[in-house]
Ligand binder design. Structure first.
Ligand code: NAP
Length: 254
């Protein structure tokens, strides 16, 4: 029997698709048979990735969306549905991190940005994606972080935001499971990306510390997170709902 891609025949909306985990997910979702709509703010990145994916035979388009702006999210999801006729899968992955400053010295603007993008952005996306999935059902994966399960110093807003992502995931899963929409969170450990590489370069020693604490003592590649997101999004994860799935090399085990 022919191997059937995990996401064959599905249309997936991926946020934060211009780099890192989201761009890796775009490639993996396409390889697994999905048509994709890629969302982020940096148009040149999205456009180049769409060209790359189309060259492999994948049906792909991009929408320029700031997830904090609900009208942009509404329009982005509407354009996704218009182009592909339906929305089966959403990977809500856009996020920003901030770390390195004790909480009492951190500016309110850091809190605002981190909560806006990671939590309000997720809220905006979920509302429009769920609306688009109500008739036919679907699957949504939200990107949290090990910072959504455990705390480390000098990253209070990020830790609060990523805990909130898991809370939102559980709440929304509870409301929509009976309507055929599975909602789960993925919990990446430290992963090579623009965000993390910049942070590790700014704080020498952090990488060694992170690596030491994991059972698999290394930083993940974005593709390793994307592979897990593809499976969790797919019908092969049909009994998984409301879960927060670590993909962290065992970092949260002990
Ligand atoms: P990244 O390469 O910096 O990617 C972040 C993505 O989010 C980019 O595509 C960025 O695109 C997008 N984004 C940021 N703000 C946005 C906004 N306002 N509207 C729309 N898109 C926005 O970092 P990454 O590591 O792949 O991060 C992806 C997700 O994984 C984030 O949620 C992050 O918190 C989470 N995570 C990462 C790690 C890690 O170690 N790398 C670990 C755990 C969790 P534009 O700038 O083009 O908008």
């Amino acid at each position: 029997m022919r191997y059937r891609g995990l996401l064959e025949g599905k249309h997936a909306f991926i946020t934060g698709a211009s780099s890192g985990i989201g761009a890796a997910a775009a490639r993996v979702f396409c390889r697994e048979g999905a048509a994709v709509t890629l969302a982020a703010r940096r148009e040149e990145r999205l456009s180049a990735l769409v060209d790359e994916l189309r060259a492999t035979g994948c049906e792909a388009q991009y929408v320029v969306v700031d997830v904090v702006r609900k009208e942009q999210v509404e329009e982005g999801v509407a354009r996704a549905v218009e182009r592909f006729g339906r929305l089966d899968v959403a990977f809500n992955n856009a996020g920003v991190a901030a770390a390195g400053t004790p909480m009492h010295m951190m500016g309110d603007e850091v809190y605002d940005t981190v909560m806006d993008v990671n939590v309000r952005g997720m809220w905006n996306c979920l509302r429009h994606e769920i609306s688009a999935m109500l008739d036919e059902g679907g699957s949504i994966v939200n990107t949290s972080s090990t910072a959504g399960l455990v705390a480390t110093p000098v990253a209070a807003p990020y830790i609060a935001a990523k805990h909130a992502v898991i809370g939102l995931t559980k709440a929304v899963a509870t409301e929509y499971a009976a309507r055929g929409i599975r909602v789960n969170a993925i919990v990446p450990g430290a992963t090579h990306s623009e965000m993390t590489d910049a942070w590790m370069a700014a704080f020498p020693g952090v990488e060694e510390e992170l690596v030491r604490a994991a059972l698999l003592p290394r930083i993940a590649e974005p593709e390793e997170i994307a592979e897990a997101a593809a499976w969790l999004s797919s019908d092969r994860a049909s009994f998984v709902v409301g879960a927060a799935m670590p993909v962290d090399g065992g970092w949260t085990v002990r």
